[in-house]
Ligand binder design. Structure first.
Ligand code: UDP
Length: 380
């Protein structure tokens, strides 16, 4: 006989919503709270006065190779296929495909390379021999050489993280592949690439619409709250939970600048990255995403991103920082050791586990972990 119980979930983003739905379907009574006044975490979206769907916290482009994750999401609404493409604006105003591919090399170097072998050979010639790259800078220089590194990655990374490439862990830039062909997709090779047809916020409404789930918004986690529940899955920042007693886990944040335009071009990309050394990193052209133009107002919305420290942006945490020396991951491990002493709480999601996770990774980890937890309870 399964003993049912009451569960508290802190945070209504992908981690919290995945746990909530899975637990509700297993018969648990679930209370979700979020300090914000909306569900969906950083994936939330809305339709603005220009009739354009805007992702409140920057572009969220779903992509995964983990089929069970996509199958799970498809239970909660239809998805529209969308292959993401990005262009970087060169100093002379031209648009170069990003990630770096054959066309990017030809454009930047004025070459006329034609084949993958040409591109691979070219990159081999310009790359810097570094046997065992120890950071993002060395990784890039050893793969694509100084010119491409300094054009596409050095100023952007400085703006984005407030750190030099040499201070960053290589995994951060390895998110972008290097292509020898002309494929200009941002996530080439990912089997499932799509956007929720009715938007992310609607998707979250459907995931959370279950008789066993109650959602309370604009509610902060208060220490001890979990005492009224049998267990708490907590997606708040783990250092905040412990009162920063071991030190801060830093995050990068973004300030979003909304611009309305009445004229636009037809570049085949919804995101444009800046290569200059100003303070902005990229701009999103929402109407280029499928189903993002809801009414023809003659206007379009473009959002420009300006990175900053989360402390300068009302503690809005977006990106955990991964430096090459791993100092923050070591600090996180110390917090995790403290968390393991808590009998009735587990930390989940980007902020709870201090990892730069994509949406599909959060959902995958959550689906697997919540299943293990439920099975453990049944056995126990
Ligand atoms: N990056 C860069 N230049 C670019 C795009 C990315 O230097 O034009 C680096 C930068 O350090 C960035 C990382 O690669 O933080 C990962 O980029 P991605 O586009 O995956 O970041 P996200 O979409 O998660 O903000």
């Amino acid at each position: 006989m399964v003993e049912m119980s009451r569960i508290l979930i802190v945070g209504a983003g992908f981690a919290g919503a995945t746990y909530a739905r899975s637990l509700a379907e297993a018969g648990y009574t679930v209370q979700v709270i979020d300090r914000r006044d909306h569900i969906g975490g950083n994936a939330a979206d809305f339709v603005d006065a220009n009739g354009v769907r805007v992702h409140r916290y920057g572009p969220h482009l779903f992509h995964t190779n983990t089929t069970p994750v996509f199958e799970w999401l498809r239970r909660f609404g239809t998805w529209t296929p969308y292959l993401h493409r990005v262009r970087a604006i060169l100093p002379d105003g031209r648009f170069a495909p990003l990630p770096v591919n054959l066309d990017t090399i030809n454009m930047v170097f004025g070459e006329t390379l034609r084949s993958e072998a040409d591109a691979a050979g070219f990159l081999r010639r310009v790359s810097v021999p570094i046997a065992d790259p120890r950071n993002a800078g060395e990784h890039l220089r050893s793969r694509i050489g100084d010119t491409l590194t300094d054009l596409f990655f050095r100023p952007y990374t400085r703006k984005m993280w407030g750190l030099e490439l040499e201070e960053m862990d290589a995994s951060v830039v390895k998110r972008l592949p290097i292509r020898f062909d002309t494929n200009d997709q941002y996530f080439p090779g990912d089997r499932h690439q799509a956007l929720p047809t009715e938007g992310y916020s609607k998707l979250f409404e459907t995931i959370l619409a279950h008789p066993n789930i109650t959602v309370a918004l604009s509610v902060d986690y208060v220490p001890g709250m979990e005492r009224d529940y049998d267990f708490c899955f907590n997606s708040m920042a783990i250092d905040e939970f412990f009162g920063y007693r071991l030190g801060d886990l830093p995050y990068r944040s973004l300030r979003f600048h909304q611009k309305t335009v009445t004229a636009w071009d037809d570049q085949p990309c919804s995101v444009r990255n800046y290569t200059d050394d100003g303070k902005f990193t990229r701009e999103a052209w929402w109407h280029c995403l499928p189903n993002h133009l809801h009414a023809e107002t003659g206007r379009r919305t473009i959002t420009v991103e300006e990175p900053c420290d989360y402390r300068e942006n009302d503690n809005e945490r977006y990106y955990p920082v991964k430096t090459a020396d791993g100092r923050y991951q070591a600090l996180y491990q110390d917090y995790r050791a403290l968390a393991e002493e808590l009998p009735n709480m587990a930390f989940i999601g980007r902020c709870g586990t201090y990892q730069y996770l994509d949406m599909d990774q959060v959902i995958n980890q959550s689906l697997l972990a919540v299943r293990r937890w439920i099975e453990g309870r049944r056995v126990g």
